[in-house]
Design a protein. Structure first.
Length: 691
């Protein structure tokens, strides 16, 4: 598999796993391999096992081993520290390698798998990966059900044989056997619960990782069109579906299987009473079947109101400073109470429907119990049934009816699972951004030549154009300022360059490569960016600066902090570079957060730099520090500076002026000032000389 080394470093260097072998297996699996480890020496391997990955004991080097088809006693060894592979006799490797060898094969993915839409079968496939454990759970459940079948038979024998014949010795034997059977039933039940819980946790981990990985690969348009709380609520539905698949679904299947066995045994006792039980089963099922459509609609309303509440809560807590500053607590409180009341009402409605299903099945169950007792007693009086058989029959009937009663509950859970699957499908059915593809040719490092070829863009099909026929090119190493009135499309242009958006028409080219087809990771890890509302994460200053390069030395972190004018204030903090910045960086001022964002953009030594209002929150002294360092910051880089404050773009090689989504000027600052156009007007306004 052709894999770019930079891709491996970018995706796997941030792992905190200390087990090198485990990390190696994880990385290979993520790249699309199936990996198995064997404890064999190279002499024991067969030709079909090669190539294998091994590790030398002394040096710790990993190596790739390939067998010579012409001569089995020689192996081609490519060490990770060596430049070329070499042929080594198998006997020479004896005792040099670690006992664990890794066999990796490229996983074949069918067209159906790659193109299939998300559905309930996705969860079933995830559960079937642990089919050996699930098989053990089914076997344990099988014996639990068999032991449950033996208990009524014991009672029948005790009443009909032991009590009538006054046989105490037989009673002791039967009681002892019943105790042993009960002990095994409890033991197997506990073992089954442990295995199910263990498997459920592993499935939860796998599904949670897969869902989050897909979520963060989605384009920005997905997150901009949905509320944060709604997305969080959708992710929480994962556990609802998993519980149904690994819990209720499997158990109900086993119960329904044994229902047939129980009915057969009951028929052997009394065909007449067994017929009554069979006749009652459709009534038990239909009671829940006809109410369920109303329940499904109610559940959708409940989940929708829950997502709306979650979104409102996240939004309220995030904007608490604004709420308190505006004394808007009464209005926010009233809106929350209104939303909460609607959610509670939906929950009450769905709860009433669930209760109606439960009570309907309970009524049928109670009527069945009375009929069995009444008609069974008559059968005993007529001599068609013994007392022991009647008691055993009633015990078996309760076990036979229990799965049907549970079916109504499982049917409700199935409706909940279907609603949850539909909500999670909103995430999974959204196509991700173009990511790493080993089959694609590895792209070279950026040089920084940018071209916008007749680019037009709008946020939604029914919204007006934000950018229209934007056409310009920038050479590698140029510093370009982008200015214009508010809403002219400056930030949108910067996001198109980062491939956060895709043009409706036209192309954005970097070094001649169309960004609509490029690997976004390849592009963004070579571009440093400071956005208008950049966020600092709740970790140390050092971690925030080295966000995309965790292996960065502290000396390099300090160097970029000095360039961004942040080093001085960082040293004044209690813990220096180890100071925690708080959630969203709220422990720091706006200007301090902005300087750290600039340092973070410079940390990876990018070939291109996009500064979107990077100094808008800085005081004039801090801005002057960055302006003095701007020549060093821009050295050897293609830089785009989006700014309202024109002093920021004073040193730019060229200025692009946008108005209403169109380019109205594109030239050097001096030429634009001499031309007396829109840029000159904006410059005069800021200098206080206009009009």
């Amino acid at each position: 598999m052709p894999v770019d080394l930079e891709h491996l470093r970018h995706n796997f260097s941030a792992s905190s796993c200390s087990d090198v072998h485990l990390q190696l297996k994880r990385n290979l699996v993520e790249l699309g391999f199936t990996v198995s480890s064997v404890r064999k020496s190279p002499q024991e391997l067969k030709g079909k096992d090669y190539p294998v990955i091994a590790q030398f004991q002394k040096s710790g080097d990993f190596a790739l081993l390939l067998q010579d088809n012409r001569e089995e006693r020689k192996i081609l060894v490519q060490r990770s520290s060596g430049e070329r592979a070499s042929w080594i006799a198998v006997d020479e490797l004896k005792g040099q390698l670690q006992p664990d060898l890794f066999i990796a094969k490229i996983k074949k993915e069918t067209a159906e798998e790659s193109s299939s839409r998300f559905s309930l079968s996705w969860f079933i496939e995830a559960a079937l990966r642990y089919k050996s454990i699930l098989r053990d759970c089914i076997l344990a459940s099988l014996f639990v059900q068999i032991f449950g079948l033996l208990a009524p038979l014991f009672f029948m024998i005790v009443i009909d044989k032991v009590l009538s014949n006054n046989s105490l010795s037989t009673l002791d034997v039967l009681v002892f056997a019943l105790v042993v059977v009960s002990a095994f039933e409890i033991l197997l039940g506990g073992l089954r619960s442990y295995l199910m819980s263990h498997t459920a946790n592993r499935i939860d981990l796998k599904l949670g990782i897969t869902l989050f990985r897909h979520l963060i690969s989605l384009p920005m348009s997905y997150f901009e069109s949905r509320q944060v709380g709604d997305t969080i609520a959708r992710m929480r539905e994962l556990e609802t579906v998993r519980q149904f698949i690994t819990g209720s679904g499997i158990m109900l299947f086993l119960d329904l299987f044994f229902l047939v066995i129980f009915l057969v045994v009951m028929y052997l006792f009394s065909p007449f009473l067994a017929t009554i039980v069979v006749a009652a089963l459709p009534f038990l099922f239909c009671a829940s079947f006809f109410i369920t459509p109303f329940l499904r609609n109610s559940l959708e309303d409940r989940y929708g109101s829950n997502a709306a509440n979650q979104s409102f809560l996240v939004e309220t807590i995030s904007g608490m400073e604004t709420i308190k500053s505006s004394a808007a607590e009464p209005k926010i409180r009233a809106k929350w109470e209104e939303k909460l009341a609607a959610h509670v009402q939906n929950g009450f409605h769905s709860g009433n429907l669930s209760n109606l299903i439960q009570q309907s099945t309970t009524i049928v169950s109670k009527i069945l119990s009375v009929l069995l007792l009444w008609l069974g007693a008559k059968e005993v009086l007529h001599g068609n049934l013994t007392i022991g058989q009647l008691i055993a029959f009633n015990m078996l009937s309760s076990r036979a009816v229990a799965p049907i009663l549970r079916l109504s509950q499982v049917w409700k859970e199935f409706q909940q699972a279907k609603v949850s699957v539909a909500r999670i499908g909103d995430i999974f059915n959204c196509p991700p951004e173009p990511g790493f593809d080993p089959a694609r040719v590895s792209l070279p490092p950026l040089r920084g030549k940018v071209e916008f070829d007749r680019v037009s863009f709008r946020y939604r099909p029914d919204s007006p154009l934000v950018l229209e026929e934007v056409n310009f090119s920038v050479n590698s190493g140029e510093v370009t300022g982008i200015v214009g009135s508010t809403g002219s499309g400056k930030t949108t242009l910067a996001k198109l360059l980062l491939r956060l958006y895709v043009p409706e028409r036209g192309k954005v080219l970097v070094d001649g490569i169309n960004l609509a087809m490029a690997d976004t990771s390849w592009l963004r890890r070579q571009i440093g960016v400071v956005v208008q509302d950049g966020v600092l994460f709740n970790s140390s200053i050092r971690d925030n600066i080295a966000l995309n390069s965790p292996e960065l030395d502290i000396e390099d972190v300090m160097k970029v902090a000095e360039l961004a004018g942040a080093h001085e204030f960082i040293l004044q903090l209690p813990d220096g570079y180890d100071t925690l910045v708080g959630e969203r960086g709220l422990q720091l001022s706006t200007g301090q957060r902005q300087r750290l964002a600039i340092a973070r953009a410079l940390a990876t030594d990018p070939k291109m730099l996009v500064l979107d209002e990077a100094t808008s929150a800085l005081d004039y002294e801090s801005e002057r520090i960055i302006q003095n360092n701007m020549q060093e910051i821009c050295k050897g880089r293609t830089v785009f500076i989006v700014a309202h404050r024109l002093s920021t773009v004073r040193q730019a090689d060229r200025i692009i002026t946008l108005e209403k989504g169109r380019i109205v000027e594109n030239d050097s600052p001096q030429a634009l000032l001499a031309a007396g156009g829109r840029y000159a007007t904006l410059h005069a306004i800021q200098e206080g000389t206009h009009g």
